[in-house]
Design a protein around this ligand. Sequence first.
Ligand SMILES: [Zn+2]
Length: 404
Amino acid sequence: MKNFLQLTRHTGNTSLFLAAEMSLISILQGLPFHIHAEGLRGTGKTTIMRSVKQILPKISRIKGCLYNCDPEKPHCPQHAMLSPEEIALIGTEEIPTPFLEISHSAKIGTVAGTIDLSKLTNPTHPEAALLPGIIPQAHRGIIFVDEINRLADTSPEITDVLLDAMGTKPGRVQIEETGLPLVEVPVSASVWAASNPDEEPGPLAEIRRQLSDRFDLVIPTGRPSTPEEVVEILAMDEPLRRNDRDISPEERKRLEQLKTNIEDIALHCDLEMPDYLTNFLANLYINYNIESLRALEAIRQAAILHTCLRKRTQVMISDIITVLPLALYHRVIPATLTEIMNTVNNNRMIENEKKKEGPAFNLPRLFQQKQGAPQQFTENTPPERAQSLRDLPESALIKKETKN
Ligand SMILES: [Zn+2]
């Protein structure tokens, strides 16, 4: 298999690389970010998603904890009640960020959890205990589901467990086993899925709309669209065919650098959405009658992650424009998405024109936020006696400025 560096980025897959990196940063920061790649067979969706395994940083957990308890915030049935001293006695260990797959043959017990047979059949000390399944074991990591549309069609039970795990951030998983008390654990894992909407049973949005809406972004993945890109892919493949596709020492070093870079961003990037952009999103929601508030939350989170990835300190309208189509792709009809993008882009162009004239940044006209009354003319000055700014004597202006 090609490694992460050997995969050529082209017009058909750049958004997927971007979304995967954003999701990875988010989960390292403790917040899941679910992504779904949709595209035809052969577009490399699953290869790209699986290759991210090579740049997963390490996380620290309570030694041997299958639920990946954070030593600072233990959450599993075994460690949640322990004091920091007791945890220190058990010790901690570093493991790679979990990346676990749910296959189509998976049983509900494998996915959620089941009775731990090894403990039950232990000849010296038999006991009934739970063995956490894939979802709780992927806590603080990634759960990968290929052909999620098929899974949703054939395994409604597993789909329900996924819905629970993705319903809130963090989500939750219930482990049920006859004869044992029901256990519910919080789980914070990003779900990464792939599907081919043109194959049976069709697009996920039509199979299980609720599950489709749980994904923050849907990334349409395609083939390269220019001959130049194809040439580049072939050139990249050539040495791979001749070598035995091992990772060279230079590549290993670059993969390590990528890992450190992602870790660094996750650790240091802590941004808020500026108010005017939140207002912008609220207007979008109302004006276009967007069905789920989840969409707005997804745009907000994605725009912040995009800003982090670009190593900027302020979220801008351009960040929203980048993520908007991916957050709305599965949530509005194509005509509405086109209309929204046209409006946003037009307004942005007007903004860029205005910017050339002066430094003031106003909102796009359509999404004008409620402006507070101008400071100079509040309360003390009734509107009918309001003076225009240029009519004020210079001393008054200066006085205002120092007062503020
Ligand atoms: Zn634990």
